[in-house]
Write a protein that binds this ligand. Structure first.
Ligand code: ATP
Ligand code: MG
Length: 397
């Protein structure tokens, strides 16, 4: 494998200028450094349109995998920084060709410094001739295995042969805070990832119903939160006791409306917690039509209890697409572990698929849910998780 001494990072969707651009770059810089925090030898430089990281011997493969997870990076390349005289450029290009296992190459030069004494095509020819003489590679100008790119600056040159696609999106946290309803299922961790990708900082709320749901089920959710927190650093998870509300709903309403009422209560609770924690929107892993509570009629009836925007990044995704993404971000295997959820314990046999707001309100008028909501919010347990935190207790394992 070709060894390089520097990483060159290109920014993502940067149509913004002025202060927004500055904020974007500052946040991205911070997030990159956080992701690479276990590599103290790295040296960072940021410029108007790039971040450069000097590797100082750190493992290229490890750095590559970590950088692929940082939102806001459009692409990055491993590159060799050399003096900009033609001898140094040529020597490095020969080494890259010799170290690579490719069969064909092409030299592509871009001059950032237009006063450089050689034109781009002169550099291309000089370097290509030297590579041909000193390696087994042949020239292929249309479809080279190894495109050797030379960027000439006024004080140095960067030589690279590979462009790696970044995660795209916005640097996590740049677009404000959202409270995600996080269950132990497949969908909501994927929704967390999608929200983070758009630069939102995700805080989570999980509704548990002890003793009907176990401590292990809660640990599973915290473990999932820890996994996705990798993309933003850490995550605050509010664990809210939902038992009393749930029991009251089952006592008061008939089986068909139980899920609708439960979810209306979840949204009321989420809005209250969001307001108390500077979150301007609620997020969920809902996908239209997936289950009875996610028909359009259900979503409308449930959504009507809250005034905040609700972000549903998976609303139009097929289950198979969601599973693919869950596998990619590494949450799938944990999501499918068979622990009970508050919704599965009280799983009604005939949930209504077209609930009405009037009927829901009629049931809700029969008990003092406000007091129970307040009690649940007041006893909310806040757990801060990070990729390093180990939430797996013996029970869970
Ligand atoms: P998931 O795979 O995310 O659990 P699901 O397909 O099982 O989703 P539902 O159980 O109807 O669908 O949940 C829809 C959404 O409601 C979830 O994606 C999540 O955002 C939220 N939700 C469901 N149960 C809980 C819970 N116990 N705590 C917090 N949020 C929940
Ligand atoms: Mg679920």
């Amino acid at each position: 494998m070709v060894q390089y001494d520097t990483v060159l990072i290109r920014y993502g969707e940067l149509s913004t200028k002025g202060k927004n651009r500055k904020d974007f770059i500052a946040r991205l810089f911070h997030n990159v450094k956080y992701m690479l925090r276990d590599h103290p030898a790295l040296e960072y430089t940021k410029t108007y349109d790039r971040i450069y990281i000097r590797l100082n011997g750190e493992d290229q493969d490890v750095i590559r995998e970590k950088l692929k997870k940082v939102f806001g990076i459009s692409s990055f390349s491993f590159t060799e920084k050399v003096d900009n005289d033609i001898q140094s450029i040529r020597a490095t290009c020969i080494r890259i060709a010799q170290e690579s296992s490719c069969k064909t190459f092409k030299v592509i030069t871009k001059r950032h410094d237009k006063s450089y004494p050689m034109r781009s095509d002169e550099i291309n020819r000089a370097v290509a001739g030297a590579v041909l003489h000193n390696s087994q590679l042949k020239v292929d100008v249309h479809n080279p295995d190894l495109p050797i790119r030379i960027e000439v600056h006024s004080d140095c040159a960067y030589i690279t042969s590979e462009k790696i696609q970044g995660a795209g999106g916005y640097p996590s946290g740049i677009n404000g805070r959202v409270l995600l309803m996080l269950s132990g299922g497949i969908d909501s961790p994927v929704a967390a990832y999608q929200l983070m990708k758009r630069g939102l900082f995700v805080e989570a709320v999980h509704f548990s119903s002890p003793p009907y749901t176990s401590e292990a089920a809660k640990q599973k959710v915290l473990s999932l939160a820890g996994m996705v927190s990798e993309y933003q650093g850490h995550m605050r998870v509010h664990v809210v006791n939902f038992t009393k509300l749930q029991l009251e709903i089952y006592k008061t309403a008939g089986d068909p409306y139980a899920v609708t009422l439960m979810r209306r209560m979840m949204f009321r609770l989420a809005q209250r917690i969001a307001e108390n924690n500077r979150c301007l929107a609620i997020g969920t892993g809902e996908s239209v039509g997936q289950v009875a509570s996610q028909t359009l009629e259900s979503i409308a009836c449930i959504n009507s209890v809250c005034t905040m925007p609700v972000f549903r990044p998976l609303i139009c995704s097929d289950k198979i697409e969601i599973i693919d993404l869950a596998r990619k971000i590494g949450t799938y295997e944990t999501s499918i572990l068979p622990y009970e959820d508050c919704c599965t314990i009280f799983d009604p046999k005939n949930p209504v698929t077209k609930p009405s707001i009037e009927k829901s309100e009629k049931y809700e008028a029969r008990f003092d849910y406000e007091a129970l909501i307040q009690e649940a919010v007041d006893t909310d347990e806040i757990v801060i998780v990070s990729p390093e935190s180990d939430h797996q207790d013996e029970d869970f394992l």
